[in-house]
Design a protein around this ligand. Sequence first.
Ligand code: SF4
Length: 478
Amino acid sequence: MADEFPFELSPMFEGERIRKDSVYIELAGPKSKGFELVRAAEMDEIEDGGFTLIGPDISEMAEGDRYPFAMIYRIAGSAVEPDLEAIVERRNHDFQNYVCGLMHLNQRYDIWLRISKDAVAKGLDSFESIAKATTMLFKNELPFIEKMDALYITDAEEIEKRLPDVKAIYETRDARTRDLHDEDVDTFYGCTLCQSFAPTNVCVVTPDRVSLCGAINWFDGRAAAKVDPEGPQFAIEKGECLDEMGGEYAGVNESAASLSQGEYSRIKLHSFFEYPHTSCGCFEVVGFYIPELDIIAWVDRDYAQPAPNGLTFANMAGQTGGGKQIVGFLGIGINYFRSPKFIAADGGWNRVGWMPKHLKDRVLDDIPGDIVDAIATEEDATDLDSLKAFLTEKNHPIVSEWKEKEAAKKKEKGAEEPGVPAAVAPEVMPAGISAVSLPAGFVGSTGSIGPGGGVRLILKNAKITIGQVIVKQDEGED
Ligand code: SF4
């Protein structure tokens, strides 16, 4: 099949990274605009294999430039229904990564693509060949699609004009699960689509927990498992509830153990610290623990500046992804903020101390009224000192925890330094965190807070390897 196209086409190219120096053009991404969308249509509305491009083609694009980019696919077939749109849409990521020299990241309006210099040198000069290859893969892999066409857009104005309607479609899909909860169903849905990038990642999609890419909710999982039971989305019988608050179920644990190749065997769906859900790398938002203040903060892809811990989304995404349970970091889909079970095991919204303003505004209606003003944004705090001052001034619920911990510490140790509370860092990490499991970012994030400042890390059963010891005379000494 590769002969039809000016590039190789194979699952072995999934996971191919195109680094900055090898990029011919970049499409959409955090510094531009774009989206991908699949819509169900009637059979007679579609000319099978049709392709339309609005805007310049690859051959008209300048090397090294960045362009807005949107892809709209229409699908039709006797089994095609609107419930399948999201799940088909998510496979675009999969199939486009089969193209050698094309890298596709993320989903919905966060898509980010790169085409390599090598691919263009070998003859990739038109989006039409990419669209044809993609639609061919869709039809081969998802036989319920009987007809399919593609519209690609590289014209900035056209994308801008369509974006509000496209976002409204995503919102409508997301709203469907609002009145359905984990306890109302016997079946959850799993997804292993991202195992090509994160081999041990298993997404568990429940009514109260949207996928971390944000593209698949419980209804989408159900529709996908029904129409393609051998595909990457499948049913998980939830089984006995082992921890209601944390969201731990026997059936989910069994699936996790087998699908992660034994990497882990317990998942608590609504816990940040204890047996957290894995993160593959497609998450819309990353949550991070700030040990100095004992709070959890969140940052999304659209916030490019460093968070109050001094790390950017990109820094922390690197720590979080890969399909492992990383205690202290958690990738989520934005819609999980709207869940009544949002990190329920760790205090829910009462444990949240900071998030970017645009993200807070987006989920404002879902933040409980008594905490909303006590959650800082970059307008209130950009580092740990200003964040601590803000939380104190707003009497954030964590402040009383600091006081209780401080009082307990004083009682334990007798008289403390006079007057000022010492560093607010917890003496030990919250349940489930062993200090050595904290990724490197934590160490770099330890600013000086309060007299004595810093964080006390307790290493348990740690092996410390020292490559070289240099002994130097202190120049201050005689
Ligand atoms: S992030 Fe999870 S739900 Fe989304 S495509 Fe990847 S594995 Fe599937």
